[in-house]
Design a protein around this ligand. Structure first.
Ligand SMILES: Cc1cc2nc3c(=O)[nH]c(=O)nc-3n(C[C@H](O)[C@H](O)[C@H](O)COP(=O)(O)OP(=O)(O)OC[C@H]3O[C@@H](n4cnc5c(N)ncnc54)[C@H](O)[C@@H]3O)c2cc1C
Length: 296
């Protein structure tokens, strides 16, 4: 038995360090101003895919839609055990909201690769919408299981999985292919040193071109590309045309949602109030929270 696991991961700004330069005047995120990290719950999705490969066999492909710099999360996925990686990158994707993002990912999945299971993180820590996974499943007309904690059984026809629900869990069975959105329910394995030594050299065409000296001609570049491919160090790039995506439905053009502004909320001392650790103290706190419509 062998399965194709397609994991979608996102490179996100480390939202713990939001600065004043976080937003560009056009309302899109200024990704250059923020340290970029691997979206935490996507590490859980990748870990689950690698565990499924170890239990049931198959191949793990990891893909991300992002600017050229997003190739870094693909190298990190290779360090942890991904077999193949893909960078879905095109200037036309810039400023995409979840509708345009999920459309682009669905075109990539449908038109460029094979999959039995699509795995996403439940949520990205920047947009925080948790919309892309379910939207992607809808666009591919796939059933979906969200908030997945564990896969109990898998065969060529169906999967049985445990998902978190309020106050407990649910065991569900579902035919393949499908989309799983995964929560923080496993211990992502650390990068393996052996794999890091090999895959830190993995490159995209843009990175190879940027590395070349002025004497390297196109022929030499093509020869180097073959060399990287032969060693399994080539990070394939897919443009809007490669994914057969409709230019009207991607990027800012395809996005009805415009992010007006984001700012970090820093509480000032003057805004803080000490609550007495007593019945009366708690009562007056709850009273205020109800008055402020935060509770109730
Ligand atoms: C502060 C802020 C607020 C935003 N609010 C909205 C909003 O209200 N509505 C809206 O439509 N857009 C919004 N956006 C834009 C939104 O962030 C982007 O569209 C983004 O690409 C996807 O949404 P998300 O970050 O919420 O991801 P989620 O839907 O939370 O991501 C879920 C999963 O989908 C997969 N995924 C998401 N993005 C990618 C990617 N680029 N490549 C590969 N896999 C991916 C990952 O597995 C991820 O774990 C917002 C952006 C910011 C920064």
């Amino acid at each position: 038995m062998s399965f194709n696991y397609l994991v979608f991961v996102k490179q996100v700004p480390d939202t713990k360090n939001v600065t004043g330069q976080a937003m560009k005047p056009d309302g899109t995120v200024n990704r250059a101003a923020l340290p970029a990290i691997f979206n935490p719950e996507d590490l859980n999705a990748l870990e689950l895919a690698i565990q499924l490969k170890e239990r049931f066999g198959g191949e793990v492909t990891v893909a991300t839609m992002g600017p050229p710099a997003a190739a870094e999360v693909l190298r990190q996925a290779l360090y942890r055990g991904a077999d193949k990686v893909a960078l879905i990158t095109d200037r036309a994707f810039a400023g995409a909201d979840t509708l345009a993002t999920s459309y682009t990912l669905s075109c990539f999945a449908k038109n460029t690769t094979k999959f039995d299971l699509i795995l996403c993180g439940r949520q990205a820590i920047d947009g925080d919408t948790a919309q892309v996974g379910p939207q992607l499943a809808e666009k591919l007309d796939l059933p979906q299981i969200c908030y997945v904690e564990e896969v109990l059984a898998l065969d060529k026809k169906k999967i049985r999985a445990r998902r978190a629900i309020d106050g407990g869990f649910e065991t569900v069975e579902c035919p393949l292919p499908l989309m799983l959105s995964v929560i923080d329910s496993n211990e992502p394995r650390p990068p393996s040193v052996k794999r890091m030594m090999k895959y830190k050299k993995a490159k995209t065409r843009a990175e190879l071109a940027a590395k070349r000296s002025s004497y390297t001609d196109a022929e030499e570049l093509a020869r180097q590309e073959q060399e990287y491919r032969a060693k399994g160090l080539w990070i394939e790039e897919f443009s809007a045309a490669d994914a057969k995506a409709d230019p009207e439905r991607i990027g800012l053009k395809g996005s009805p949602t415009k992010v007006k502004n984001i700012e970090s909320v820093v509480l000032k001392a003057s805004e803080m109030k000490k609550v007495e650790a007593s019945e009366a103290g708690i009562r007056s706190l709850v009273g205020e929270l109800i008055k402020e419509h935060i509770l109730g």
